[in-house]
Design a protein around this ligand. Structure first.
Ligand SMILES: Nc1ncnc2c1ncn2[C@@H]1O[C@H](COP(=O)(O)OP(=O)(O)OP(=O)(O)O)[C@@H](O)[C@H]1O
Length: 615
């Protein structure tokens, strides 16, 4: 649970103060909608205007109807007959106006639903395109990741909801102004009373909306934890452990506790908000009915016609309705604002530009060099690599050995430029990594990480992702699968390379851990152009026979390449040209197998320990 220290000071975190804060993102939402479809936005605006102005026009025609009826009745009394057309034309006109209002409302809802689909797609694409430009460090930043997930979840509904509410507010404001125009003819004072009466409830609604906005933002970590618990409790990949360890009740209780805490705050805010809303709203209603009584008195006194009274009656009733619709719009807007603030913070996240242009190094054939490389993960204080120096030439193999958490994978992440340049220098063919054109660099590296991805795609496509130029190339799939020892089991599946893998989709075939690893290994072999092969524990789930075969293949395949291998199995490590023993981010031993054994240090100790285990 978050402490008070996490609570952002309202001024700096959310400059959403005062009445206009509610409109903070309306302009941006409108721009977004405008960019999505100009014609639909324009149509929306026209319909809003029409639906806003016409009710006042209808009220005014109502007055004309009543007055002309009264006049016609008098004429009828005096002359025994009266022309009907002067009255009926107003009735026809009002029917027309009402038809137009209905048309405008239909137009609004039709255009809104079209825009919703277009906008959802547009925002989702924007979010995903941005995701492609983020660095790994940014993905690992929990706040940013949270923004990304929240942005995606409500991409299709929020921006349009905000625009709709802004428009609805506008429409009601137009109605209110046009009612005001009618009312001011009765008395400017009456209008003033109404405005003053309605103001407090608007201000309080805006204030509480702002409070709710801040509350929602501040407690985002708890909401995130709640979502995480939902995922753990209801996803196939975690349900095994949840069941076997009996975690269901524990997690569900935590889930409930978070809800209870959040609900308490919600409840306090809702009660305060609605109590004030009611009391101040009462003030507005009193003002309305005060003015209404005044109109009645004036009519009885003969200062207003019956038609005028009817019109004012309608104006008061509809004015009241427009007012409460505006309040509803305002109070719903804070959530939409919350969403959009999140979306824009995510979209405006600065990204590092990949400015490198080299497609060839200064010393071609020099290989990989690490010079005094140190590294600390962003957002942490403890360095995980210190003063790493190494040189790997084409045709050589390097094995990294070390305890869990010693920094082996981190070293690979630096080599593949997943993190920005650390202290020291990493060079490929004599040029620093950041000088290289990123595409060229990535094409030269074939890597499988421990946590490789199990794509819920066809078996062949799972290999094809290793080289997008050959994504659909069946012959290449097969060649890669043969090198990675995946060919046999893929061919034996019902649809061969076209078999859907994983359990997410219909007829998906789940694989064993070792089979998945063979798929990942074959994926690395897809990258034919790569001359740097990096395998991070590629065989940890494989049986001993498969492992031996894999490495025999690997040696055949890699004679002119640079290969880097991370493994806890010394049987595979011992064949490497160079072995690097890392301990707590430092290189403690460096040499080939025989040299290191002769040194009788940590490597020799670990090697013997494992050898004993196998006896
Ligand atoms: N994304 C990250 N952010 C912060 N710290 C990290 C991150 N990834 C790893 N670390 C820390 O960096 C250290 C080195 O991790 P690394 O994954 O490089 O170890 P490793 O040697 O590959 O371990 P293993 O043998 O278990 O795979 C560990 O202490 C780990 O806690």
């Amino acid at each position: 649970m978050s402490s008070h220290a996490d609570r952002p000071s309202s001024a700096e975190a959310v400059p959403l103060t005062g009445f206009f804060g509610v409109f903070r993102y309306s302009r941006r939402a409108l721009e977004l909608v405008w960019d999505t479809s100009r014609s639909l936005t324009f149509g929306l605006a026209v319909c809003t205007l029409v639906a806003g102005v016409l009710p006042a026009v209808a009220a005014w025609i109502g007055q004309l109807i009543v007055d002309s009826v009264v006049a016609a009745m008098e004429a009828h009394r005096e002359m025994g007959e009266a022309a009907l057309w002067p009255v009926l034309r107003y009735v026809a006109l009002e029917a027309l106006v009402i038809a137009l209002i209905t048309l405008a409302q239909r137009g609004l809802s039709a255009q809104q639903s079209l825009l919703r689909a277009l906008l959802g797609q547009k925002v989702n694409v924007m979010i995903l395109e941005k995701a492609g430009t983020l660095s790994l460090a940014q993905f690992e930043d929990s706040e940013l990741y949270d923004k990304l997930t929240r942005a995606r979840r409500e991409a299709s509904s929020r921006p349009l909801a905000l625009v709709n509410k802004t428009f609805s507010l506008l429409q009601n404001a137009i109605s209110l102004v046009s009612f005001g125009v009618l009312l001011v003819q009765f008395s400017p004072w009456a209008l003033m009373i109404l405005v003053i009466g309605a103001l407090p409830v608007f201000v309080s609604e805006a204030k509480f909306s702002g409070d709710a906005f801040r509350l929602f933002r501040w407690r985002s970590p708890q909401t995130r934890m709640q979502m995480y618990l939902e995922t753990v409790l209801a996803r196939e990949d975690s349900i095994k452990e949840v069941k076997l360890f009996g975690l269901g009740t524990l997690f569900l209780n935590r889930y409930r506790a978070i809800f209870d805490a959040l609900y308490g705050e919600d409840r306090r805010l809702t009660i305060r908000r609605d109590t004030w809303g009611f009391l101040l709203g009462l003030l507005g209603t009193l003002a309305f009915y005060g003015a209404y009584a005044w109109v009645v008195i004036e009519t009885v006194g003969g200062n207003l016609t019956l038609g005028e009274m009817t019109m004012y009656l309608l104006v008061f009733k509809q004015g009241q309705a427009a007012l409460s619709a505006s309040l509803t719009a305002i109070s719903g807007m804070y959530e939409d604002n919350l969403y959009l603030s999140n979306l824009y913070e995510y979209l405006e996240q600065p990204v590092e530009s990949d400015s490198g242009t080299l497609t060839q190094g200064a010393i071609p054939g020099d290989g990989i060099r690490f010079e005094h490389v140190g590294f600390t993960y962003p957002g942490t204080d403890t360095p995980v690599l210190h003063d790493i120096n190494l040189h790997l030439r084409p045709g050589q193999s390097l094995a990294l050995v070390g305890e869990n958490g010693s920094g082996k994978t981190t070293l690979i992440k630096l080599l593949t430029r997943l993190y920005p340049p650390p202290t020291g220098r990493i060079l490929l063919d004599g040029s620093e990594l950041h000088e290289w054109d990123i595409q060229t660099l990535r094409r030269r590296i074939g890597v499988i990480f421990q946590d490789f991805v199990r794509y819920q795609l066809q078996a062949g496509e799972n290999l094809g992702v290793g080289d997008i130029d050959a994504f659909e190339d069946e012959a290449r799939w097969q060649a890669a699968a043969r090198s990675g020892l995946a060919d046999d089991f893929i061919s034996s599946m019902s649809n061969g390379y076209r078999t859907q893998l994983g359990r997410w989709f219909k007829n998906g075939q789940e694989l064993s851990g070792g089979q998945w690893q063979k798929i990942a290994l074959s994926r690395a072999y897809m990258r034919e152009g790569a001359d740097i092969l990096v395998l991070d524990e590629p065989t940890s789930s494989m049986d001993a026979a498969a492992e031996a075969k894999i490495f025999a293949r690997f040696r055949e395949h890699s004679h002119d390449k640079m290969t880097i291998l991370i493994s806890h199995r010394f049987s595979t490590v011992r064949a490497a040209d160079q072995i690097l023993v890392i301990d707590q981010g430092r290189i403690v031993e460096y040499g080939d197998h025989d040299t290191l054994l002769a040194e009788n240090g940590r490597y020799a100790h670990l090697f013997r320990l494992q050898a004993q285990g196998y006896q």
